[in-house]
Design a protein around this ligand. Structure first.
Ligand SMILES: [Zn+2]
Length: 255
């Protein structure tokens, strides 16, 4: 239901990757999709992010929780009461396996494929807190430049998503602007966390008074292959390492 890396780490950062995978559990077949090939593309998951997150986890040694199944089965980046949790329609695609679900089927899917991920995230936050750390929650995602279906293009390379807590976003913006001026940075783009209030970053970051950021990277920047995953993991490791002092500062403010 989830993949856990560096479970005993005391690095005060928790990496989350809710949309790491495009797999569907056997019991749901191909979800009844008219075109099962959509499971291979960005509708079903965030294609580069499993690799980027795992490389980053290795570089900084932080505890990391990754989802094991496609968002089309259940979206780990939504709160339990969000109507899109098990969405019957996704950007023009019908998802028959999510239509007319009984209360029992919903509860079973939440219990099997959703709760274990979020329980583990909560457990790791508590573990780090007990060890005297206030973890920075970094939820890693990706977006597509040209989503089509009448939506405007998204020109950013990096999206920094946040609501009340903006310190981490400012740090990322400052660092990236200074060291990688070629990157186009969007604040609360391509989605707006001030409006979209049900993400994992809000659940585990904002709602628990922890420093947090939801990061979105552009899928198309990874088209050149494995090297780009490594480059991005390096960039993010550098940003996070430079951030340590800010995090120390934040401890004093929150606690
Ligand atoms: Zn995502």
């Amino acid at each position: 239901m989830f993949t856990l890396l560096n479970p005993h780490s005391n690095v005060p950062i928790l990496l989350l990757c809710e949309h790491a995978e495009n797999k569907v559990p056997e019991e749901f077949g191909d979800l009844g999709l008219a075109a099962p090939s959509i499971l291979n593309g960005h509708w079903a998951y965030d294609p580069p992010m499993k690799k980027v997150t795992m490389l980053l986890a290795e570089k900084i040694g932080a505890t990391t929780v990754l989802g094991n199944y496609s968002r089309l089965v259940i979206d780990l980046n939504r709160q339990e009461n969000d109507p899109d949790l098990m969405t019957p329609h996704y950007f023009g695609h019908d998802i028959p396996a999510n239509m007319n679900l009984s209360e029992e089927a919903r509860a079973q899917r939440i219990g099997t494929y959703y709760n274990p991920y979020h329980d583990q995230v909560s457990f790791q936050i508590e573990r780090l807190r007990k060890n005297g750390h206030l973890p920075f929650i970094l939820s890693l995602h990706s977006f597509t430049e040209s989503p089509g279906i009448g939506l405007p293009d998204r020109p950013w390379d990096v999206g920094l998503l946040y609501n009340k807590y903006d310190q981490a976003a400012r740090h990322f913006d400052d660092y990236l602007t200074r060291h990688h001026p070629e990157l186009k940075i969007g604040h609360n783009e391509p989605y707006d966390l001030r409006v979209m209030r049900t993400s994992s970053a809000i659940m585990h970051g904002e709602n628990k008074d922890l420093p947090y950021l939801l990061l979105e990277l552009k899928n198309e920047n990874f088209d050149r292959g494995d090297q780009t995953h490594e480059q991005w993991a390096d960039i993010l490791a550098d940003v996070l390492q430079a951030m340590e002092l800010d995090l120390e500062f934040h401890h004093a403010v929150v606690s």
